[in-house]
Design a protein around this ligand. Sequence first.
Ligand SMILES: Cc1cc2nc3c(=O)[nH]c(=O)nc-3n(C[C@H](O)[C@H](O)[C@H](O)COP(=O)(O)OP(=O)(O)OC[C@H]3O[C@@H](n4cnc5c(N)ncnc54)[C@H](O)[C@@H]3O)c2cc1C
Length: 597
Amino acid sequence: MPTYRAPVADTLFVLNDVLGYARHANLPGFSDAGPDVLEAILGEAARLAEEVVQPTNRIGDIEGCARHGDGSVTTPAAFKDAWRQYREGGWLGLAVPADFGGQGLPYTVHSAVGEYFSSANMAFTMYPGLTQGAIAAILAHGSDEQKKAYVPKMAEGAWTGTMNLTEPHCGTDLGLLRTRAVPAGDGTYRISGQKIFISAGEHDLSENIVHLVLARIEGAPEGVKGISLFIVPKFLPDASGDPGARNAVSCGSIEEKMGIHGNATCVMNYDGATGWLLGEANGGLKAMFVMMNEARLGVGMQGLAVGEVAYQNAVAYARERLQGRSLSGPKEPDKKADPIIVHPDIRRGLMTMRAFNEAGRALVLWTALQSDVAHRSGDDKERQAADDLLGLMTPVIKGVLTDKGFEHAVMAQQVFGGHGYIEEHGMSQFVRDARIAMIYEGANGIQALDLVGRKLALNGGRAVQAFFKEVGEFCEANRADEKMVPFTKVLKKGLNDLQAATMWLLQNAMQKPDNAGAASTDYLHLFGLVALGYMWGRMVKAAQQKLGEGGDAAQLCEAKLVTGRYFMERVMPETAAHLARISTGADTMMALPAEAF
Ligand SMILES: Cc1cc2nc3c(=O)[nH]c(=O)nc-3n(C[C@H](O)[C@H](O)[C@H](O)COP(=O)(O)OP(=O)(O)OC[C@H]3O[C@@H](n4cnc5c(N)ncnc54)[C@H](O)[C@@H]3O)c2cc1C
């Protein structure tokens, strides 16, 4: 049976020693979660994730969800108590403003604990995750009345949320969507249409489900310009705000799928359901993007989270499994064979996963901090700079961490040999669960296009230039420090490759857009490597400083130096391969006619 230990010490190292969390005490919410409180929150989240949520993971995978004759859907029985404890702990409303029933703590803290819960049980954690995304959209675009009616109940977990974009004929190309909204004359709309693949669309964990639904108001323009967003609750709130009459929305079926069996993936039928416009008419995609951006960071986190728990179990197995002898002579001569952790090829997998996970955690938390600054700082310039980085990093985190999350779940499975393929060990579940994160919230190919086609050029390339400057200045500032040279030299080379790829795109993609499409996935991963390499640079610097000060974190810091060196030696050189591929352009890729395939 798989196990999980939340990496609290590592999270604290990143927040306190690398990112200087305490320096942000002036931002609203941060003083309520100073260093001691932060540590206590992480500790309590770790306990809940390890002892309560994680034990439901395999049970949820086996039992799955069930739809019944009356259209109701039940989640795995074990989820009920975990959900109760999760709710009672106030975890859903951690970063929701106190005015709306939350605790108003930093999004950074919410992100830190979010990793633990997703590692413990990804399918379970999607129920609160979607709710938090829906809360963000209502807070950003809702009227005061809507905020008051929905957010406190959702922050408490009494009601949950969903996002309804996908229809049978459209997932990526939302301009094609057909769900209709007809004004009822009393300020509400009647929503009709079918949505598919709706996560948490129907279930038995909450009293009410608040669906955020994209639909086209009668007479609205074709394409994405004619899409609006609606709040469509399963039960219409009555005069006192409690769940009242049943709305005309129902779950037609749930999908049989590869993984995340504990999360109900529903076909949702809207048969003239009552809905309220959220935000402006025809401004639905913009409003939904608030939810999607938050959800994309959450999905990137899922990649990291599953990669981490898979890694932890691979380490445990590699320490115990006895096969063959070390190439450099027996390490455990008393036994018939050495544990497989002595073999360099096993180490290659373990070190690769570890190096990505630790940098991925730092990147997620650094970006979460940008989100807090962007939303909470009183300084316009600081807010804008943070918002630029947040927007730039969102597709990178979603695309790179989920591609790698799946790759690493497979890598961890490989450590188990044949036993990894057998369900009993749980590695197969990690592989199956991690796979969806590459697809939903915008398939990773679309994340790559978002980066290349939109984010690079946004505001004249302001965000990307600021990122290049920050990484370049870090390398420059540490150039004279000989302990840092092995790290900054490689990072600078990666940055040069990224800048060369960016220049190549500027020169070759305008007149020939296929060149941008052909480059996009390589560019996304090249960008990710430099961002993760930058995180390693900062972590190594912090570890060296901490080691110099003495104290009790020597083991963690020494391991950081080794893992950081591994990343620079073994992973960063891939930037050159990405650049080489990007520079070949689209010609060969597009040369064969479609019928030749
Ligand atoms: C388990 C599960 C849960 C989900 N949860 C939700 C949910 O809660 N709410 C919701 O609304 N949806 C949800 N989805 C739907 C999911 O977001 C979509 O499946 C996804 O966005 C892709 O859409 P699609 O399946 O229609 O694929 P398509 O849009 O048909 O895309 C197929 C392939 O073509 C590529 N592609 C498409 N257009 C382009 C282009 N212009 N350039 C390059 N490549 C392109 C895509 O990257 C993809 O690889 C879920 C799906 C699953 C399987």
